[in-house]
Design a binder for this molecule. Structure first.
Ligand code: NAD
Ligand code: DAU
Length: 329
């Protein structure tokens, strides 16, 4: 297949491109705006045609989409804390960007896969969300992602467009920008910096390795029924504090680095997905959290050339804005 992968220079998008090139021999076109989270280095050594542009720009989309068989949309603003501080780009990319892409795919009769998130369902105290659970997003990030999902479904319903949606739980693995819990804690632990725990640290996330989520997206792209939604959750759940304690153990850091800080406003307590529907397509997660976390810590330890430019760039300003007051930095 020849795929247009929007947001392919980001964390999960680049893991997906690697898998599709290496394991499926697909031809790849990447359209990416290269925001702070997008990096061409993430695609190093992978054959692809790269277009630098935004999904909300019809001309950039028209240039990239020519001759492809399907569109896979990863492009998004992805950090909940940033959506609370500055929601503007979230509305722009998720609402306008998804609409522009859908129009272009509809005009050309292309299959379209929207990469989505368990956060559209909101928080769940017990049990797991199925694809039929009500949508109750809590943050500007998840609300705009929900809006994008609804727009995608309206194109299937109204125009008969061949769309599928794949909703993932919390991803971790290589090439994740160090604003997210796991890479932030790994790098801070390695540098002897404070480990900021929001609230009581007992929020639970359903961790999935990025290669497992990429494989689920591939399965849904190839075998998913048009108009349907598929959840892809990881095999393990873990409270944040336990994740941090495991990272302390794996890096040999000192437990006294843990600092409890003010909670995230509107913080969802627990996420959990039932993945029965995508499992019925033949997918299952391969990486257990304990093993995947150990490999992830090792990757960050061995790849300072990847994260050094990030930690010394604009990231410092973001970090000071997000944590400065709480950590007295
Ligand atoms: P990321 O922030 O690492 O990468 C996002 C990519 O999209 C970057 O390369 C960025 O440059 C690009 N981008 C952003 N706005 C764009 C625009 N307007 N036009 C073109 N490109 C743009 O994100 P990620 O963690 O890899 O997430 C990818 C997708 O998976 C997102 O849709 C996200 O909502 C979804 N998702 C993420 C997780 C997770 O835990 N990270 C879990 C479930 C679903
Ligand atoms: O559930 C899927 C979602 O997972 C994706 O859709 C999002 O794109 C992705 O960012 C992620 O959202 P979370 O908000 O769950 O991830 P984050 O890494 O920001 O936080 C994970 C948990 O850790 C959450 O309960 C907040 C907490 N946390 C996070 C940071 C950055 C802390 O306690 N301290 C921190 O410094």
């Amino acid at each position: 297949m020849k795929l247009l992968v929007c947001g392919g220079a980001g964390f999960i998008g680049s893991n997906f491109v690697r898998q599709r090139v290496m394991e499926h021999g697909d031809e790849i076109v990447v359209l990416d705006k290269l925001t702070y989270a997008g990096r061409r280095e993430n695609l190093a050594g992978l054959p692809h045609d790269f277009h630098h542009g935004a999904i909300e720009d019809p001309a950039a989309v028209a240039a990239a989409i020519e001759g492809v068989d399907a569109v896979v949309n990863f492009a998004a603003e992805t950090h909940v804390d940033r959506s609370i501080a500055e929601p503007d780009a979230f509305v722009q990319t998720h609402a306008i960007g998804t609409w522009v892409l859908l129009e272009a795919a509809k005009d050309r009769g292309l299959r379209y896969l929207q990469v989505s998130t368990d956060e559209v369902y909101g928080s769940i105290e017990e049990g797991s969300f199925t694809e039929d659970s009500p949508l109750r997003p809590s943050s500007p990030y998840s609300a705009t992602k929900t809006g994008a999902d609804l727009l995608v479904q309206s194109y299937a319903h109204t125009y008969g467009m061949e769309t599928v949606i794949c909703r993932g739980s919390n991803n971790y693995g290589t090439h994740q920008y160090p604003e997210k819990l796991i890479p932030l804690m790994i790098l801070n632990a390695m540098h002897g910096d404070p480990l900021p725990v929001y609230g009581d640290g007992m929020q639970v996330r359903n961790w999935i390795h990025a290669t497992d989520f990429a494989a689920a997206i591939g399965h849904v792209l190839e075998h998913g029924v048009a108009g349907e939604v598929y959840n892809a959750g990881g095999p393990d759940e873990c409270p944040n504090l336990e994740v941090i304690e495991r990272i302390i153990e794996l890096t040999g850091a000192d437990r006294s680095l843990i600092e409890y800080v003010e909670d995230r406003p509107g913080h969802d307590r627990r996420y959990s997905l039932s993945s029965d529907k995508v499992r019925a397509l033949g997918w299952e997660p391969r990486v257990r959290f304990a093993q995947g976390l150990e490999q992830t810590v090792a990757w960050y330890r061995d790849n300072s050339a990847w994260w050094s430019p990030i930690r010394s760039g604009d990231y410092r300003e973001y970090y000071a804005r997000q944590y400065g007051r709480a950590l007295g930095a």
